[in-house]
Design a protein around this ligand. Structure first.
Ligand code: CO
Length: 150
């Protein structure tokens, strides 16, 4: 496992669309392991592959309830609205209130290629949306309705 450098806002890579994962092999597992280590070392609750320079549809999330690994994730259902503070490891020091769904259902594959469905509320719903946005080159600033600390 290795810690990877986190790409910062302003770099082109973060605005690009990532490609789906096709092979659930050791290379993917190493990527997931590196992403987990990098996220925990940086003290984040989520990290998407483009943030370490890999344009693949992979993200990791841990809001304090354990690690979630999402491969080729898709939001299939949303409900409600939350307006809460949000930041990003690629935008250090920036924080804003975003408008996001309060409940989100995602479908994805786990590291072994098994299809999974998961529901998230509040912080987890926000993390799902934030990380999946990264895979489409969308940064949280596009959802900010009011900036803080600026
Ligand atoms: Co982010």
């Amino acid at each position: 496992m290795a810690l990877r450098l986190i790409v910062k806002e302003g770099e082109d890579l973060l605005t690009k669309k990532s490609r789906p994962v096709e092979q659930f092999d050791q290379k993917l597992h190493t990527l997931l392991d590196d992403m987990r280590e990098t996220m925990y070392a940086a003290g984040g609750v989520g990290l998407a592959a483009p943030q370490i320079g890999v344009l693949r549809r992979v993200c990791v999330i841990d809001i304090g309830d354990g690690l979630i690994e999402l491969i080729n994730p898709v939001v299939t259902k949303t409900a409600g609205v939350q307006e809460t503070a949000e930041g990003c490891l690629s935008s250090p020091g920036k924080c804003g209130i975003t408008r996001r769904p309060k409940k989100v259902t995602v479908e994805f594959f786990d590291r072994n290629g098994k299809k999974q469905t998961m529901k998230g509320e509040d912080l987890l719903a926000k993390a799902f949306c934030h990380e999946i946005d990264h895979l489409d080159g969308i940064l949280f600033k596009e959802h900010v309705i009011c900036w803080e600390n600026q």
